[in-house]
Design a binder for this molecule. Sequence first.
Ligand SMILES: [Zn+2]
Length: 283
Amino acid sequence: MSKKRTAPPPQPLPGLVDAHAHTWDRQIEDEREAVLERAWATGLVAIVEVGVDVDTSLKCRAFAQADPRIHAVAGLHPHEASRLPEQRDALAAAVAGGGFVAVGEIGLDFYRNLSPPEAQVAAFEWQLGLAREHDLPVVIHSRDADEECFAILERWAGRVGRYLGPDREIGMMHCYAGDVGLAQRYLDIGFLISVPGTVTYPSNQRGQQVARTVPLARMLTETDCPYLTPVPWRGRRNEPAYVAATARFIASLRGCEADEVARETAANAARLFDFTLASGDGA
Ligand SMILES: [Zn+2]
């Protein structure tokens, strides 16, 4: 039953950033060191590690403190939103304590509705305020909630403006799954669009259209590992090294060099999250 049999390791692509990963996940935890080694060997220069509650956010911060190539994001996922009353103080304290480059992942998930919609909206809006208070960008999860999520972010963006500076976006749409029209509306209110491994799935015409259309200067790419594994490893557990295949696929869609996708998406991540990219040739 080995799906490992045929899939080759990713072809290296220097300078890449995985803008959204969860290596604290049980599916990766036990071999996390080997997973990271493969990522660096594939040419990644940074990984953004994202929490879904206080405990996992603190794990991300510990990862970041142990390796300057790792950056941590703290937040309460929409699935966990009903835990806001017990999580709020600890999350606020964690973010106030520093060591995070963004608040996330936050947003709405009306597909699974693991927390009631009202609880999701409450947790989402409270955390948008938390991000603004600490001058951090936001990492947004939106599933089956396109218009509701956009309405909240449009209103918020109108209120807070470009609070991180005129040349810096205020957030990213993680694993963006909407259409080109909605992507443009997000670009207009100061968000980056992040393209995940699902863009490599043959049936994902909408995602491919987005990857072709959004300017590279406003695009990120990510794994969301351990989920959403790109072709040719689809069906296996995802890991940061595989973002190289996604970047190459984006380049093939756009008819440009993979190096250009790597360079631009990495620069966008560094700008959004305000980190410095390690120099390419292995220091
Ligand atoms: Zn995620």
